[in-house]
Design a protein around this ligand. Structure first.
Ligand code: PGA
Length: 254
């Protein structure tokens, strides 16, 4: 089952206008140079830069995504952005349930599930994030935690065309620490099994499961050549054109 790798940049709360424009233009130029890369590319800037980045990416095969969405289409929700608005701004994807949102905003599996359903209805693909804390890993609960997050946050009508899973151990995000390749493959394989139970084997085999957490040019090949790793969700290293592109190249995208 060939799953096209997805190389996704999560810019988080970074970049002002000039910097974000340069970054997007730089990525667009490098992806164009690749000709026909075997991977798909995605960048997820902050809301303020979505329309600007959309323009900067023109002509390059790089999709645009946001980092969160509300579950309502519109209305009295000060400070929130709806999935329909994201679609209108040119997004194809939205990251949901990132551990920073689960931690900073108390987002539950149920809420993330609702957001994903709303994202599908707006025509967006959801990148649903899961991952254990260090304490959970140390107490041997990684697979249990990730399985419960999948069962709770992934909607029943999720399929490979509307959903990507991102496994991001919380303790590996922005720390420079990573699990071993064996640990990553173990979790990804377990996640695929849970997806098969929930959505059927066909869907599970087609669905992309990204690894995220301190992905760098130097470890990209190791992680992205694992059988159940179908791409990367990249934070810090996605803010530098050279690093983002080097990760893609080391992952065998071109
Ligand atoms: P990192 O972040 O690559 O900086 O560890 C990954 C993420 O949070 O998506």
């Amino acid at each position: 089952m060939a799953r096209k790798k997805l190389i996704a940049g999560n810019w988080k709360m970074n970049c002002l206008l000039a910097e974000g424009t340069d970054l997007a233009k730089g990525i667009a130029a490098e992806v164009k140079k690749m000709g026909k890369p075997s991977c798909e590319f995605l960048v997820c800037p902050p809301f303020t830069l979505l329309t600007t980045v959309k323009k900067a990416l023109r002509g390059a095969k790089v999709a645009l995504g946001a980092q969160d969405a509300h579950f309502n289409v519109k209305g009295a929700h000060t400070g929130d952005v709806s999935p329909v608005m994201l679609k209108d701004a040119g997004c194809q994807y939205v990251i949901l349930g990132h551990s920073e949102r689960r931690a900073d905003h108390g987002e539950s599996n149920e809420l993330i599930n609702k957001k994903a359903v709303a994202a599908y209805e707006a025509g967006l693909k959801a990148v649903i994030c899961i991952g254990e804390t260090l304490e959970q890993r140390d107490s041997g609960k990684t697979i249990e935690v990730c399985s419960n997050q999948i069962l709770g946050s992934v909607p029943d009508n999720a399929d490979a065309s509307n959903t990507v899973i991102a496994y991001e151990p919380v303790w590996a995000i922005g720390t420079g620490k990573t699990p071993t390749a064996q640990d990553v493959e173990e979790v990804h394989a377990a996640v695929r099994k849970v997806l098969a139970k929930k959505l059927g084997k066909g869907n599970a085999n087609k669905m992309r499961i990204l690894y995220g957490g301190s992905v760098k040019p130097g470890n990209a090949k190791e992680f992205l050549s694992l059988p159940d790793v179908d791409g990367a969700l990249i934070g810090g290293a996605s803010l530098k054109v050279e690093d983002f592109v080097a990760i893609a190249k080391n992952a065998g995208c071109c």
